[in-house]
Write a protein that binds this ligand. Structure first.
Ligand code: UDP
Length: 404
């Protein structure tokens, strides 16, 4: 059985047939993805799963990563935060640092693809190399309320692309180029999401010295202020006044995220007096993430800003009740009181967690609805179809792709 055929029991034959039909139309085209980190964070997560499947479907797909030093990634992290609407002091020197590294990448990165698919702001300036090929800019950030100076700076590049792609309708911007709305996805068959035997789940809990004697509340996220790990601890502490429970805050750091260790230090400081708070620094171990999500009674994602929030989809797919902030792509995944609970504050988060821990039948129902919603909308097979249609659309400016 090929890898792609393994999805048939989950999504049905016709979806896989569509993928095969679309991929035939892309024969002869080279798709080149470019981003800034091979591991860590949602973008790398998706590309790692998607590229082998596209290749198997016969779409010649490559992935290149730009290079940058510490200063460059400090600047791009500031851009990232500012685009999410967070107050950041951006100096003229920051823009210069961005351009200096961009210039080095312009000189060293070969943009050989028939379609060059650039992810997020870090590699955006490569568009200066545009020749006869097609260029896509994929924005994974919630840019509904961006810092206008940073957005204005990026606009000079964005307008040179053939099309732009955003994750949710609310993120789209007024642009003179075509825009597509394509939400991210999870892979149900990856190590991160596949079914796991109970022994593996138990062995991961044992490794991290987490006992099953009280309910487990978990947030899996990079240690990043926009994921609000401190707010998660505060919400947990409020719950703990009423229900004896434990908290798992598990995360790694991404190569293009220099803030991680600083935030991790702050989180450890905040948690130091409570033995029921488990702070785990995971080193890209998908089975462990999977096991921790499956072992949890409630999953929380208390982000202050979010692109899409893959961790929410991952938890819902596992049938878990989720409490998550009403930001970014999260409300696409959670319909309040139907497929999870949305919150707007620490108090709201703790109230929702308490409700779920004390009403297991309600929590179970939300989890089941969540799984169904993810199955219908956010699996990688839908994402593959959308991307292939997007690629074809670059050669069909009339907005309709005839496949017959
Ligand atoms: N993740 C992981 N290990 C960690 C922290 C996060 O594998 O220690 C994964 C997580 O399971 C999810 C992705 O990284 O698949 C994060 O994507 P999301 O959209 O939630 O947030 P981002 O990091 O892109 O802001």
């Amino acid at each position: 059985m090929t890898e792609i055929e393994k999805y048939i029991p989950l999504v049905g034959q016709s979806i896989i047939d569509d993928l095969q039909l679309l991929s035939e139309r892309l024969k002869g085209k080279v798709i080149q993805h470019i981003n800034s980190s091979p591991v860590g964070g949602g973008v790398a997560e998706i590309l790692n799963r998607m590229i082998p499947l596209l290749k198997e479907l016969g779409v010649d797909t490559k992935w290149d990563v730009i290079k940058g030093g510490e200063q460059f990634f400090e600047v791009t992290k500031k851009f990232h935060n500012a685009l999410h609407g967070r107050a950041e002091e951006i100096t003229q020197r920051d823009f210069e640092i961005f351009m200096e590294t961009s210039q080095q990448n312009i000189e060293s990165v070969d943009t050989y693809g028939d379609i060059v698919f650039v992810h997020d702001p870090q590699p955006i300036a490569l568009i200066k190399k545009k020749a006869a090929n097609k260029w896509l800019w994929r924005c994974h950030i919630d840019v509904s309320n961006p810092n206008e100076r940073v957005w204005g700076f990026l606009m000079d590049f964005i307008v040179q692309y053939d099309s732009a792609v955003f994750s949710a309708p609310a993120f789209s911007r007024k642009l003179p180029i075509r825009q597509f709305l394509i939400s991210p996805s999870i892979d149900p068959l990856s190590d991160k999401n596949k079914e796991l035997p109970q022994e593996i789940i138990d062995s991961v809990l044992k490794k991290y010295e987490i006992k099953k004697d009280k309910p487990i509340i978990t947030q899996i996220s990079r240690f990043d202020r926009l994921k609000d790990p401190i707010g998660v601890i505060e919400a947990y502490l409020q719950v703990k006044k009423y229900i004896n429970c434990q908290l798992v805050l598990a995360g790694g750091t991404a190569e293009d995220d220099p803030e991680g260790f600083k935030v991790l230090g702050e989180v450890k400081e905040k948690a130091k007096n409570d033995p029921d708070i488990h702070i785990l620094l995971l080193s890209q171990n998908d089975i462990e993430v999977n096991a921790l999500q499956r072992a949890s009674d409630v999953i929380i994602q208390k982000s202050i800003r979010e692109g899409f929030g893959l961790t929410v989809a991952e938890a819902l797919w596992k049938g878990k009740p989720v409490v998550a902030s009403n930001v970014g792509g999260i409300p696409l995944q959670i319909k309040h009181k139907y497929s999870g609970l949305l919150c707007h504050s620490i108090e709201g988060a703790s109230f929702a967690i308490k409700q779920l821990l004390s009403s297991p039948a309600y929590a179970k129902k939300l989890g089941e609805n969540g799984r169904e919603h993810i199955k219908n909308n956010f699996l990688i097979t839908r994402h593959l179809r959308d991307y292939m249609l997007l690629f074809l659309s670059l050669y069909h400016p009339e907005d309709i792709v005839h496949l017959g």
